[in-house]
Design a protein around this ligand. Structure first.
Ligand code: NAD
Ligand code: ZN
Length: 367
């Protein structure tokens, strides 16, 4: 064979994973032992960003504080914003003479994303908005730990932190974004409303469907996606004990997150970003609102989703888009259609042949 022949070489993505994880009921009690060796000095505190739903709770009392460590309670009622990240970073840098030893996020996707973003912006100049995008972060983040209290988003394993900025809702996707440590304690997920448990869990289910039916699928994603889907079906259609259901949903979230890391999400996420951008509809419920009308794209997935809705007697809100005007619809359609990799994953390179503004409007109008 001649030496002048060129072989086409595929470049595969080399992405980081969470290096350390603890799983188990009440593993939260080990947090003190995990953090102690990571303390840089008595003047470098651990900052705990905690969902304010836990203010005054036994969980808050169990946070292992020492020296000048601080707990900041934050509401998860609104999705995280770049300005909120900047304000937290300013507050932390003004209060302490040294960089924190670590940032620990305790809560759902909202608090996990805030913790990741604060850890990044503490060591990277400028505001969070300038890092929204892919691989724009220059310096390693401060040590950061994620402790989910609700299962589904996969934010505990992902390489992104989704933020609403002045111009766009977009993640800080970088090799420095994933947590250095995750604590998976299923007991922390006790006590949320059935609706919230359903919506956030369905985020995981929809990750699986969108990953497994997408054109970007590969064996790596498939192996995680299939496991996560199986676990979701057990949790939402099976007859598990509450303890088993908590354990399995926590691992479904993890595997679902791993599945989309090496592939992509699809139609429901692209459209739900539009809803969220215009109306502030939360991620989990937004995905459900869209997904129910996507039988054309995900026939089997929507059929099972409807069975889950029925079994848990979840009534999705109606008429969300009934008061919108043309310009509102155009905004949502523009945001949705801007999510090109999601559409390409869902429908292939020629997705524009099937997805038109008119088509998206007809779906949004049903919601
Ligand atoms: P969330 O953090 O928005 O919380 C939802 C509600 O549940 C809040 O009212 C919160 O106070 C409450 N809650 C949380 N844990 C509770 C508990 N144990 N008991 C009682 N109430 C509890 O929920 P979420 O659905 O996990 O996160 C949504 C966010 O995650 C969105 O901002 C979305 O953009 C983001 N997200 C990020 C990624 C990622 O990879 N980074 C992926 C998907 C979604
Ligand atoms: Zn999602």
């Amino acid at each position: 064979m001649g030496t002048d022949q060129h072989v086409a070489v595929t470049t595969y993505r080399n992405f980081p994973m969470v290096p350390r994880v603890v799983f188990g009921a009440d593993s939260f009690s080990q947090l003190g032992d995990i953090l102690t060796p990571k303390r840089k000095s008595v003047d470098a505190p651990f900052i705990f960003l905690v969902d304010d739903v836990f203010e005054g709770s036994s969980l808050a009392e169990r946070i292992p504080l020492a020296y000048n460590d601080e707990v900041i309670f934050i509401s998860a009622n609104k999705e995280p914003k770049t300005a909120q990240v900047d304000a937290l970073v300013a507050k932390i840098t003004a209060a302490f003479s040294e960089l924190p030893s670590g940032i620990i996020g305790i809560g759902g996707g909202t608090l996990l994303d805030l913790a990741k973003a604060v850890a990044i912006i503490l060591t990277n100049k400028g505001g969070a908005a300038q890092y929204q995008g892919w691989d724009l972060v220059n310096n390693p983040a401060v040590y950061h730990v994620g402790i989910p209290t609700i299962s589904g988003t996969g934010a505990e394993v992902s390489r992104t932190t989704v933020l609403l900025g002045p111009e766009k809702k977009l993640g800080i996707n970088s090799d420095y974004t994933p947590f250095d440590q995750v604590v998976l304690d299923p007991n922390l997920t006790k006590g949320m409303s059935k609706e919230q448990w359903f919506y956030t869990g369905m985020d995981c289910y929809i990750h699986c469907i969108e990953s497994l039916t997408g054109t970007f699928l590969n064996t790596f994603s498939q192996s995680y996606g299939e496991k996560a889907l199986e676990l979701c079906k057990e949790v939402y259609l099976g007859d598990l004990s509450p303890e088993d259901a908590r354990n399995k949903l926590m691992m479904a979230s993890w595997h679902g997150g791993m599945s989309i890391a090496y592939s992509q999400v699809g139609v429901a996420h692209a459209m739900s970003y539009g809803l969220s951008y215009l109306l502030g509809v939360r991620h989990g419920i937004g995905n459900c609102l869209v997904f129910q009308y996507l039988e054309e794209f995900y026939p089997e997935g929507v059929k099972i989703f409807n069975e889950m809705l029925k079994k848990h007697e979840i009534k999705l809100p109606k008429g969300i888009c009934s008061y919108l005007n043309d310009s509102d619809f155009d905004t949502m359609i523009k945001v949705s259609m801007g999510m090109e990799p999601l559409w390409e994953n869902a429908l292939g390179k020629h997705w524009r042949d099937r997805i038109t503004p008119k088509k998206l409007r007809s779906i949004f109008e049903k919601i």
